[in-house]
Design a protein around this ligand. Structure first.
Ligand SMILES: [Zn+2]
Ligand SMILES: [Zn+2]
Length: 266
């Protein structure tokens, strides 16, 4: 029996937040740990990756959706980078004319940080994401471009006949939703950017995020078995997220809003 699971290490969008009203959902930014037998795959390296505790036996891969700060800010403090010669593969799409390594080196280097990722004790390999389907061990990875300022990558991971789709930093239009629904067709789990309510979205059109209402439409169109809403606004506290979860799970019982520490087995 193969093991395929996802753990929420950070589901906050845009900026970390802290305080007694941000406990259950957590204030750390985007990071999800996937275990697929001996593969340990991190979706994004927001501040959530700082709490990761990688097993010494797994192979580590980090898939970056894009280079916005909230998706990479935890990387310099990822504990495995300090483990001598530990192989770590980092994948991101070449954007704005910068390879994955060049883009990370722009921010994570002096004077903003004392050393570049390549200078850590681990053995880090940078990869530009291939266009076609590729494999990490027995996990198949497919990608799709999301609608987002500077672009974002949406991932579909398939292992042992189960699949999950990570659609963060995605703005809906009728065309982008149809494309995403086709990409996510029949997936077991859809993670969807639900940063805004419908009212908020009117003010933030073009900022590159979506709403739970649109996520439900995509999930239903795609026939996704479960939907996990992610990239919570830093302005939204625990009680407000509970209210949203109650409202949307009444409309579709397969809905939850990601909480820090949640573990989902596929
Ligand atoms: Zn983001
Ligand atoms: Zn972004």
């Amino acid at each position: 029996m193969s093991n395929f699971s996802l753990t929420v290490l950070g589901a906050r969008g845009s900026m970390p937040i802290d305080g007694k009203n941000f406990v259950r959902y957590g204030g750390s930014t985007s990071c999800y740990k996937i275990l697929a037998d001996d593969e340990e795959i991190y979706l994004d390296a927001g501040s959530g990756i700082v709490s990761a505790n990688p097993s010494p036996k797994t192979r580590i891969t980090i898939l970056l959706s894009h280079m916005h700060l909230d998706h990479i800010i935890g990387l310099p403090f990822f504990v495995a980078l300090g483990q001598k010669n530990r192989p770590i593969d980092i994948y991101a799409k070449e954007r704005s004319g910068l390879s994955s390594q060049d883009a990370l080196d722009r921010l994570i280097s002096p004077p903003f940080w004392p050393l570049k990722i390549g200078a850590y004790p681990a053995n880090v390999n940078f990869h530009d994401l291939p266009q076609e389907i590729f494999k990490i061990g027995e996990v198949s990875i497919e990608t799709m471009d999301g609608k987002h300022p500077q672009g974002s990558t949406i991932f579909r991971l398939t292992f042992g006949g189960k699949s999950l789709v990570y659609a963060t930093d995605f703005e809906h239009t009728s065309k982008s939703c149809e494309k995403l629904a086709n990409f996510a067709r029949d997936c077991d789990l859809l993670l969807y950017d639900a940063q805004y309510t419908e009212d908020e979205y009117k003010k933030f059109r073009g900022y590159g995020h979506s709403t739970p209402d649109e996520g439900l439409k995509v999930a239903e169109l795609a026939d996704a078995k479960k939907i996990l809403f992610i990239h919570h606004s830093p302005c939204r506290n625990d009680d407000e997220l509970d209210d949203l979860e109650r409202k949307f799970s009444a409309r579709n019982k397969n809905v939850t809003f990601a909480k820090i520490g949640d573990e989902i087995f596929l």
